[in-house]
Write a protein that binds this ligand. Structure first.
Ligand code: ATR
Length: 270
C-alpha cells in the first residue's frame, strides 16, 4: 500500500492522519498515512530512509518546513515564494518535489465560504512565515490590493517589496490603516497568547470577513473581537488546515477530495 507520513516536532497534536484517512475513504484510495515524531537533527536521515523504504509523500510541519525546502530537487513557484515546503512528493526516479499548499488551503477556505477575493481589498496582518506562504495564492485571485501590516513595519515592507512584481501589493503601518478592507486575515501568532493586534477597531468593524489562521475549541480572541464589532463572516484556521491537506492529497493522488464533511467532523472533535 502507498505510504504517506506527516513529520514534525512535536507531532502528537497533528490531525493530518485523521484528515487524510477520511479523504482516502471518500475517494477510494488505497493508502496509509501516519504521523511521526522526528528528532531535531534527524530530518534528512528520516527523509532518506522513508524514501528508500518506498514512501510516496510526506507532509512537513514545524520546525522542518525550511529544511524540507532545502532538500527538494524541484520546487513549485508557490514553495519557492514561501521559502518553505509542507508537502514532499517522492518520484519513482528518486526526484524529490517540494510544494507549499498552505496558501491554497487559506484561499480555498475563503472561497468555499462564498467570500470573493477578486477585486476586493485584502489586509494581511503579520509578516512571518505564515504570511509569506499565502501571498502568491492570494495575489493569484486578483484582489484590487493586498495590504500587509505588521507590528515590526520593516518586515511588512520587505515582503511587499519582494512580491511587488507579482501583483497589487503594499505595506502600511498598523496605525495608518484605512477603514476600507473587505477581508482581514490575521496571520500572526498573537491569538495563541490571547493577544489582539494593535489595530484601530474601525479598521475591523468595516470588514466583510475576518480570518484568523489560528484555531481553537473556543473562538479566538481576534474573531470574538470581530464578532463584537459586527463583522458578518468570521473564519478560523481549521478550514485552512483541511484545505492545505486537500491540496497535498490532490498532488499525490490526482483527485481533489471534498472538504466540507471532513471539516465538520474535525470541528466536532476539537
Ligand atoms: P509564523 O511562521 O507562524 O508566521 P513568525 O515567523 O515567528 O511565525 O511570525 C510571527 C508573526 O506574528 C510576526 O508577524 C509577528 O510580528 P513581529 O514581526 O513584529 O514580531 C507577529 N506577532 C506575534 N505576536 C504578536 C502580537 N502579540 N501582536 C502582534 N503581532 C504579533
Amino acid at each position: 500500500m502507498d505510504q504517506y507520513v506527516v513529520i514534525g516536532n512535536p507531532i502528537e497534536q497533528s490531525r493530518s492522519p485523521l484528515i487524510h484517512r477520511q479523504f482516502a475513504i471518500q475517494t477510494k484510495q488505497q493508502m496509509d498515512y501516519q504521523k511521526q515524531l522526528v528528532a531535531l537533527d534527524q530530518f534528512v536521515s528520516f527523509i532518506e530512509q522513508f524514501k528508500a523504504s518506498g514512501g510516496q509523500g510526506c507532509n512537513i510541519t514545524v520546525p522542518f518546513k525550511e529544511q524540507a525546502f532545502l532538500i527538494a530537487d524541484q520546487l513549485s513557484a508557490r514553495a519557492e515564494a514561501a521559502g518553505a515546503v509542507n508537502t514532499l512528493t517522492f518520484k519513482d526516479d528518486g526526484t524529490i518535489i517540494g510544494d507549499n499548499t498552505d496558501g491554497q488551503g487559506l484561499v480555498g477556505d475563503i472561497l468555499a465560504n462564498n467570500i470573493k477575493i477578486v477585486g476586493r481589498k485584502i489586509l494581511l496582518i503579520g509578516a512571518g512565515g505564515a504570511a509569506r506562504g499565502c501571498i502568491l495564492p492570494l495575489l493569484a485571485q486578483s484582489p484590487s490590493c493586498l495590504t500587509i501590516t505588521n507590528r515590526s513595519f520593516d518586515k511588512a515592507k520587505l515582503l511587499s517589496d519582494h512580491f511587488k512584481t507579482a501583483g497589487a501589493i503594499e505595506a502600511v503601518a498598523l496605525n495608518e490603516l484605512e477603514n476600507s478592507y473587505d477581508i482581514i486575515i490575521n496571520s500572526t501568532s498573537a491569538s495563541l497568547s490571547n493577544q489582539l493586534p494593535n489595530i484601530d477597531r474601525s479598521v475591523i468593524s468595516t470588514a466583510q470577513c475576518c480570518y484568523d489562521m489560528v484555531y481553537d475549541a473556543q473562538e479566538t480572541c481576534f474573531l470574538a473581537w470581530a464578532r463584537e464589532l459586527g463583522v458578518p463572516t468570521r473564519l478560523d484556521g481549521l478550514g485552512m488546515l483541511v484545505g492545505q491537506a486537500a491540496e497535498s492529497f490532490r498532488l499525490w493522488r490526482g483527485v481533489t477530495p471534498a472538504t466540507e464533511d471532513v471539516l465538520a467532523s474535525l470541528r466536532a472533535m476539537i
